[in-house]
Write a protein that binds this ligand. Structure first.
Ligand SMILES: NC(=O)c1ccc[n+]([C@@H]2O[C@H](COP(=O)([O-])OP(=O)(O)OC[C@H]3O[C@@H](n4cnc5c(N)ncnc54)[C@H](OP(=O)(O)O)[C@@H]3O)[C@@H](O)[C@H]2O)c1
Length: 292
C-alpha cells in the first residue's frame, strides 16, 4: 500500500542504490519531495520515474566524510524549499575482517562514513532544524549495532557509535520539538554485500577461519538471497516518519528481531546473575541513600 507523503520534504543520503534508492522512490511515489545525495551527484534511474515524481527529486553531490561539504550541501538544500521535514542518514558500507586482520586505516575509514558521516550531516542540519522547531532525524544503524557477530567488528563498532549518538541526541533535541529514530535493519536485499559496497580486510589469518572466515562465507552465500525487502523497509520508515509517536529504536526484519531478542535475554540474565557483584561497589552511604 502506498503511503501518502505529500508536502513532506525529505533529505536522504546515499540514494544511488539500495535502501536509500528504495526510500527515495517510495517517498516520491507517495507525493513527497526528495533532496537526495550521491557521491557522483546523479542517479541512474531518473528516466524510470514518472515525470511528475521526477520533478520533486533533486540530487546533490555529497561525500558524507567531507564535513565542509556537508555544511555547503545543507545550506543548498535548505535554500530550495526553506525547510527539511525528515533527515535520513542512510549512507554507509560494511567491512569484513577480524580485529587482528583489519588494518587500522580500514577500521578508521568505516567509522568515517558510518559514524562521522552521520555526525557531519546531522551537525550541518541541526541549526536549521532547531530554527524550524520541527523535523525528524532517522539514522540508519544496523542489527550489528545492537547484537554484533564475529566478522565485522569495526562496522559493528561504528554502528554502536551511531546508536550512542542517536540515544543521547534524541534527548537533547526532544525539548526543541525534534524527533529521532534509529533504524536497525537485519539483512536486506540491496548491494550492501556486493563488491561495490562491502570491503574486506587485506589480511586473512587461519586461526579466525571458524569465526570471521565462517561469517565471510555466510555473507557471500547471502548476497542476493537476503530476507529483507528494501521496498517494504522504505514503507515502514515512511510510516514512522509520519507517525505522531515514532519510536526511538526500530528493528527491521525477522532476523534482526531474533538476534536482538537473544541479545536482550543474554543481557538480562547476566544483569540478574551478577546483580550482587554490581551493587557491591557503591560506598556504604550511597547504599543507604538508594535503599531510603
Ligand atoms: N542491506 C543490509 O543488509 C543492511 C543491514 C543493516 C544496515 N544497513 C545499512 O543501510 C544503509 C544503506 O545500505 P544499503 O544496504 O542500501 O547498501 P548499498 O546498496 O551498498 O548502498 C549504500 C549507499 O551508501 C552510499 N555511500 C557509501 N559511502 C558513502 C559516502 N562516503 N558518502 C556518501 N554516500 C556513501 C552509496 O553511494 P555511492 O553510490 O556514492 O557509493 C550508496 O548509495 C547503510 O548505512 C548500511 O550500513 C544495511
Amino acid at each position: 500500500m502506498q503511503i501518502k507523503t505529500r508536502s513532506r520534504v525529505w533529505f536522504i543520503t546515499g540514494i544511488s542504490r539500495g535502501l536509500g534508492r528504495a526510500l527515495a522512490l517510495e517517498v516520491l511515489a507517495g507525493g513527497g519531495t526528495v533532496i537526495g545525495t550521491t557521491r557522483s551527484g546523479a542517479v541512474d534511474y531518473v528516466d524510470e520515474i514518472d515525470a511528475d515524481d521526477a520533478q520533486r527529486l533533486t540530487v546533490l553531490r555529497l561525500d558524507v566524510c567531507d564535513a565542509q561539504m556537508c555544511y555547503q550541501v545543507a545550506k543548498a538544500a535548505m535554500a530550495i524549499y526553506k525547510r527539511i521535514d525528515v533527515l535520513v542518514n542512510n549512507a554507509g558500507y560494511g567491512l569484513i575482517g577480524a580485529v587482528e586482520e583489519t588494518a587500522l586505516a580500514d577500521a578508521r575509514d568505516v567509522f568515517e562514513t558510518n559514524f562521522w558521516g552521520t555526525t557531519n550531516v546531522t551537525k550541518a542540519f541541526l541549526p536549521y532544524l532547531r530554527n524550524q522547531w520541527h523535523g525528524h532525524i532517522i539514522n540508519i544503524s544496523s542489527i550489528a549495532g545492537v547484537a554484533p557477530g564475529a566478522g565485522s567488528p569495526f562496522y559493528a563498532a561504528a554502528k554502536f557509535a551511531v546508536e550512542g549518538l542517536s540515544n543521547a541526541l534524541a534527548q537533547e533535541i526532544e525539548p526543541l520539538g525534534l524527533k529521532l529514530t534509529v533504524i536497525e535493519p537485519g539483512a536486506f536485499r540491496t548491494e550492501f554485500l556486493g563488491s561495490d559496497s562491502l570491503r574486506h580486510a587485506d589480511v586473512r589469518l587461519a586461526d579466525y577461519d571458524s569465526t570471521c572466515g565462517a561469517a565471510r562465507l555466510a555473507f557471500q552465500n547471502m548476497d542476493g538471497n537476503q530476507g529483507g525487502d528494501p521496498q517494504k523497509a522504505a514503507r515502514v520508515i515512511i510510516g514512522i516518519a509520519l507517525a505522531p509517536d515514532a519510536p526511538l529504536h526500530l528493528l527491521l526484519g525477522s532476523d534482526a528481531f531474533k538476534r536482538a531478542s537473544a541479545k536482550l535475554d543474554q543481557l538480562q540474565s547476566e544483569l540478574r546473575a551478577n546483580a550482587e557483584l554490581t551493587m557491591s561497589t557503591d560506598f556504604a552511604s550511597a547504599k543507604q541513600c538508594a535503599s531510603a
